[in-house]
Design a protein around this ligand. Structure first.
Ligand SMILES: Cc1cc2nc3c(=O)[nH]c(=O)nc-3n(C[C@H](O)[C@H](O)[C@H](O)COP(=O)(O)OP(=O)(O)OC[C@H]3O[C@@H](n4cnc5c(N)ncnc54)[C@H](O)[C@@H]3O)c2cc1C
Length: 332
C-alpha cells in the first residue's frame, strides 16, 4: 500500500493490497510470467505451460528464477474511491477493531481494512495536543462506488472521540500512495509478521501494551483484515499458504538512529514472540525479517506446500543459485 516498492517481489510472495478481499492477492491475478532459470533458459509459465513452475511462482518468492515479465488479470476500479482514515485513542483498540470486524459483514462490497497501532506524528494534520499519543487507526479503501463507500464506511468514522479523521474521496492511485511519506529513505527498518486466529481481549491488550512500549514513535503494529476472495482460493492451488487466517499482524520497527538498533530489533522480536501463542499458523514472506530462524519458519510460511516447492526447486534450481531470499532448499 505504498507506491515505491516493486511489483515483482510483491507478487512472487503473495501481494496484499486494498482489493485483497474482493479480487484476491496479486498472485491470484497472475496469468503468466517469463522466467530466466538457473540454467539460463528463458521459459514461460502459465496455466498451460510449465504448470509446476507457474504454481511455485505464485507465492514461492524469488526461489525459481529471475522473472522478466508478468501478465496480470485487470479489474476496473474507481477511478475515484473513498478512503476511510480515522484515528482514535489506543486504549479504545478493542472497541474500534471489534466494531470494524463486525461492520465488514454488513458491507455490500468486501472492503479490506488495515488497523494500525502507533503514535500520533508531530504533523499539522493532527491536533498539537495529541502529538506523541498512542493511537489506533482504521484505514480502508471501499472497493466500489465512492459515494456508496462514504456512507458504507461512515460507522467506522462515527464512533466519537476521534483524534483525527483524514478520510476522503480521491483517485485510487492517490489512495495507493496514502502511506508513502511514512517510509522515507534513510530510516532504519526491521519488520516481522505472523497470522492471528482472532482478536481476543488478551491479544488486543498485549498489542496496546507493546505499542506503548515501542522504543521509536515511528514504529507501528498493523492488523491486516484478511479473508474474502483471498481465502476462496484452495490452500494448495497456489504456493501461497495459510489463506484461511482472518488476520495478519505486521510488526514494524521503524527508527532513526543506528545507536537504537538493538532496542528496536528486540521490540519487534519480543512482540512477535508474544503473539506466537495466538497464531493459527503462518507468516507473510513479504515481511520477512526472520531468515535467521531458518527452515522451521519457512515450513510455517508454506504449510502444506513446502514439500512440493522443494521438489520444483530441485527441478529448476538444484544448486540453489537463488538462495538470497526466504529460501526453499531443493529436495534431495
Ligand atoms: C514501505 C513498504 C510497504 C509495503 N507494503 C506492502 C503492502 O501493502 N502489501 C504487501 O503485500 N507487501 C508490502 N510490502 C512488502 C513488499 O511486498 C516487499 O518488500 C517486496 O519484496 C517488494 O518487492 P520488490 O520487487 O521491491 O522486491 P526487492 O526488494 O527488489 O526484492 C525482494 C526479493 O524479491 C525477489 N525478487 C524481486 N524481483 C524479482 C524478480 N524480477 N524475479 C525473481 N525474484 C525477484 C527476490 O527474492 C528478492 O530478494 C511493503 C514493503 C515496504 C518496504
Amino acid at each position: 500500500m505504498v507506491t515505491r516498492t516493486g511489483i515483482a517481489g510483491l507478487t512472487l510472495s503473495g501481494g496484499l493490497g486494498w482489493l485483497r478481499r474482493k479480487h484476491g492477492l496479486s498472485v491470484d491475478n497472475l496469468i503468466g510470467a517469463e522466467v530466466v532459470t538457473a540454467s539460463g533458459d528463458v521459459v514461460r509459465a502459465s496455466a498451460g505451460e510449465n504448470e509446476d513452475l507457474f504454481w511455485a511462482l505464485r507465492g514461492g518468492g524469488g526461489n525459481f528464477g529471475v522473472v522478466t515479465s508478468f501478465e496480470y488479470r485487470l479489474h476496473p476500479v474507481g477511478p475515484e474511491v473513498h478512503l476511510c482514515f480515522v484515528l482514535y485513542p489506543a486504549e479504545r483498540a478493542g472497541e474500534v477493531l471489534g466494531a470494524c470486524a463486525e461492520h465488514l459483514d454488513r458491507l455490500a462490497e468486501p472492503a479490506a481494512p488495515l488497523g494500525v497501532l502507533g503514535h500520533v506524528p508531530e504533523a499539522d494534520e493532527f491536533p498539537a495536543d495529541a502529538h506523541g499519543d498512542p493511537y489506533v487507526a482504521l484505514l480502508c479503501v471501499y472497493p466500489g462506488d465512492a459515494g456508496e463507500g462514504e456512507s458504507a464506511l461512515a460507522p467506522l468514522r462515527g464512533m466519537g472521540g476521534e483524534i483525527a479523521d483524514l478520510s476522503g474521496r480521491m483517485p485510487f492511485v492517490e489512495a495507493q500512495g496514502a502511506l508513502d511519506e511514512d517510509y522515507p529513505d534513510g530510516l532504519r527498518y526491521y519488520w516481522k509478521s505472523i497470522n492471528l486466529g482472532g482478536l481476543s481481549d488478551a491479544v488486543v491488550d498485549e498489542l496496546v501494551a507493546r505499542n506503548d512500549a515501542a522504543p521509536s514513535s515511528h514504529s507501528t503494529i498493523d492488523v491486516w483484515f484478511q479473508g474474502g476472495a483471498m481465502a476462496e482460493v484452495g490452500e494448495t492451488e497456489t504456493a501461497f499458504a495459510n489463506r484461511g487466517s482472518p488476520y495478519l499482524l505486521g510488526v514494524e520497527g521503524n527508527w532513526e538512529d543506528a545507536a537504537d538498533d538493538d532496542a528496536n530489533v528486540e521490540w519487534v522480536r519480543g512482540t512477535f514472540a508474544a503473539m506466537r501463542p495466538h497464531s493459527d499458523g503462518g507468516v507473510y514472506l513479504n515481511f520477512p525479517g526472520f531468515q535467521e530462524e531458518g527452515e522451521e519458519l519457512m515450513r510455517a510460511g508454506y504449510g502444506p506446500n513446502y514439500e512440493r516447492l522443494a521438489r520444483v526447486k530441485a527441478e529448476y534450481d538444484p544448486e540453489n543459485l537463488f538462495r538470497l531470499n526466504p529460501n526453499v532448499a531443493p529436495a534431495s
